[in-house]
Design a protein. Structure first.
Length: 430
């Protein structure tokens, strides 16, 4: 335990390997933030210049626009600053070096084209031809800048994955240790590599929280950030037990419990490493228990739930049906909550989704109560309306058609006798 604690506790590092690596990661972190802000500087200035040009001729006396010249100069300066940072990152990068250098040169080329086009437009801001040329140059510049940021992001992920591979190899070496001294030496190396991995993973996780850096080095998806944090926590927790479990196994190799304990801890560490890898690459599988996150999945869940609430009151059993129906509805509401929390959801739409979630939850409770009282038909119509309104709340997310079909089929089921429903699609026009 002394070995792992000395590797995991920052107060024991002094100015050794771990602190040196930590300092290097922090310096890289601030380089990335600075680089991202330079991107925003270009984006804001180019957008301002383009928006100014889109206003068109003002009808005033023709002449040179001082504002256009100032904006053109600011775009040129922002591009130059961005290029300096880009060249520095491309020079220091070990992955995608050639691609990064080529992307930097493309930004330089597009920046020069933008400089010429914006200068010509500033000299004659009433020219629609020069305005169009400048707008096209601006789009090309922003496209080149975005490509460079994407490549830098890929390089950052590749760096993290390379650290993961090193840690996996060190972990396998620990597992293959033959005696306690060999275990101590191998575990020391594993601990050093794990510290490096932890800081690289933490940097990628934390940059995503800033929210001002767009296009690279961040985990914008909150689920990926949460999974990264959980995997890092599991890695640290199980690493502290790894040495003890391995030591106990080496001392008592004939005891089945020590082998099972060691294998379990190794499996937990491997799963934590895999979790970091999945979160970094945004390839983590979505568990159904976390809710329906896809638009199509949510619509399908609504339709399935609509079918499940049609029960025979004579055979209704609260112990049998209530838990499953409530669980299904809460899963749907979880998916709805994810849509409500989306940055692209308007405030009024978000409030409506929340209100409809509460309404349909209450409607289900009323329905279950009426099932027990055997007075269910009026409540079925009520909950159908609530679920229909719930479905309509997702129209901006692509659920308009599904919502309309959902409402039609639900009301059709309640208003048309069962004997007349089969294969009669014309009755949908109520």
């Amino acid at each position: 335990m002394t070995c792992i604690n000395s590797l995991l506790s920052t107060k024991d590092y002094g100015f050794g390997v771990a602190n040196s690596f930590k300092l290097a990661c922090y310096l890289d972190f601030f380089k990335i933030i600075d680089y991202g802000f330079y991107f925003f500087s270009i984006f804001i200035k180019v957008t301002t210049l383009v928006n100014t040009s889109n206003k068109g001729p003002s009808g005033k006396k023709k002449g040179r626009s001082k504002k256009a010249h100032v904006l053109a100069a600011s775009v040129e300066q922002a591009t130059q600053n961005f290029l300096e940072k880009g060249e520095q990152i491309a020079k220091e990068s070990q992955d995608l070096k050639e691609e990064l250098v080529a992307a930097v040169e493309d930004v330089r080329k597009q920046g020069e084209t933008m400089r010429i086009a914006s200068s010509e437009f500033a000299d004659d801001p009433c020219s629609s031809v020069k305005r169009g040329t400048m707008v096209r140059a601006a789009r090309a510049l922003l496209s080149a800048v975005t490509r460079l940021l994407i490549l830098a992001d890929m390089a950052d992920v590749m760096r993290l994955l390379s650290h993961l591979k090193i840690v996996e190899e060190a972990l396998e070496a620990v597992k293959n240790a033959t005696n306690e001294q060999d275990l101590a030496n191998r575990f020391k190396e594993f601990g050093k590599e794990m510290v490096k991995l932890n800081y690289v993973a933490a940097r990628r996780q934390q940059v995503g929280k800033i929210g001002n850096v767009s296009g690279g080095w961040e985990l914008k998806d909150p689920h990926c950030r949460d999974e990264m944090a959980a995997a890092r926590g599991a890695l640290k927790k199980n690493a502290t037990m790894l040495y003890t479990a391995s030591q106990a196994f080496l001392r008592h190799p004939d005891v089945a419990a020590t082998r099972a304990n060691r294998d379990y801890v190794f499996k937990q560490v491997q799963e934590a490493i895999a979790g970091i890898s999945s979160a970094a690459q945004a390839t983590s599988p979505t568990d159904e228990a976390k809710g329906h996150t896809g638009i199509g999945e949510l619509a399908a869940a609504l339709n399935e739930f609509d079918n499940k609430i049609i029960l025979d009151p004579m055979t209704f059993s609260e112990a049998r049906f209530r838990p499953s129906l409530e669980e299904r509805l809460e899963s749907i509401i979880s998916g709805a909550a994810l849509m409500a929390d989306s940055s692209c959801t308007r405030d009024d739409r978000r409030e409506r989704i929340v209100a409809e979630c509460n309404a349909v939850r209450q409607a289900l409770q009323d329905l279950l109560s009426e099932y027990m009282n055997n007075e269910v038909l009026p409540l079925l119509q009520t909950i159908a309306a609530e679920i229909a309104a719930h479905s309509l709340a997702f129209q901006p997310h692509g659920g308009g058609t599904a919502g309309a079909i959902f409402i039609a089929t639900t009301l059709w089921r309640f208003k048309v006798p069962a004997s007349k429903r089969a294969d009669n699609t014309q009755v949908l026009s109520l």
